[in-house]
Design a protein around this ligand. Structure first.
Ligand SMILES: [Zn+2]
Length: 221
């Protein structure tokens, strides 16, 4: 079962990818994690990727695909995997398709966690961080005392990326680059839309229901 998780920034796709991968008992694959792993372990592709990252240049798609192919050819991906954060552009989507075809694999389901623009902005701009690593949200997950961390009494701060302006820019980039991917997958009939506004546990249940529905239809599990 190959599942791709799509959604705007702050849609909760990272969290939901991890949950669905655990339930399916398949690896959760994020290209960011694979790069970090390869760099930490000084692999050949890791060394190559590091050259770009050190210079602050985007890693070329060709290299990302190669690193991803190495990962999904490992034995633990035989039953499938959940792909999180990739593809982000229509070019990446096409390269991914070609690579999967080479590997005799295909995407079974693309889950689209949909949240409104206002919700994305509200989620991102409401984030507050503590230097101890604990994260809060002024509306959905506030600290007991405003501005103060529950765990260490540290003063909370807003990351420079968590402003309305940056959130708007990221949302625009998402729409421009990622929504065309959804259109391609929709045409293929593999998109499942999930309401991302519900509480995390409910979203996870909704995703799981769709997976079961798919499995039943195709005689899986
Ligand atoms: Zn703290």
């Amino acid at each position: 079962m190959i599942v791709i998780m799509l959604g705007a920034p702050a849609s909760g796709k990272g969290t939901q990818s991890v949950i669905v991968a655990q339930r399916l008992k398949v690896p959760h694959i994020s290209t960011g994690d694979i790069f970090r792993w390869n760099i930490a372990n000084n692999t050949a592709v890791g060394e190559e990727a590091k050259k770009y990252i050190d210079k602050g240049i985007l890693v070329p798609d060709e290299l990302t695909i190669r690193i991803l192919k190495e990962r999904i050819e490992k034995e633990d991906c035989e039953r499938g995997f959940v792909l999180d954060g990739f593809p982000r552009t229509i070019n990446q989507q096409q390269s991914l398709d070609r690579m999967l075809t080479e590997c005799n694999k295909s995407i079974n389901m693309a889950i689209n966690l949909s949240v409104t623009d206002d919700e994305v902005i509200r989620r991102i701009s409401g984030r507050r961080m503590c230097k101890c690593g604990k994260a809060y949200h002024i509306v959905t997950y506030p600290p007991k005392t405003p501005g103060i961390c529950d765990l260490c009494n540290g003063e909370l701060y807003t990351r420079k990326d968590d402003t309305v302006e940056v959130a708007n820019t990221r949302l625009e980039a998402y729409k421009l680059q990622t929504e065309p991917i959804l259109a391609v997958y929709r045409e293929r009939g593999i998109v499942v839309d999930i309401d991302g506004h519900k509480p995390q546990e409910q979203v996870a249940e909704d995703v799981w229901k769709e997976i079961l529905k798919y499995s039943e239809k195709h005689g899986w599990m």
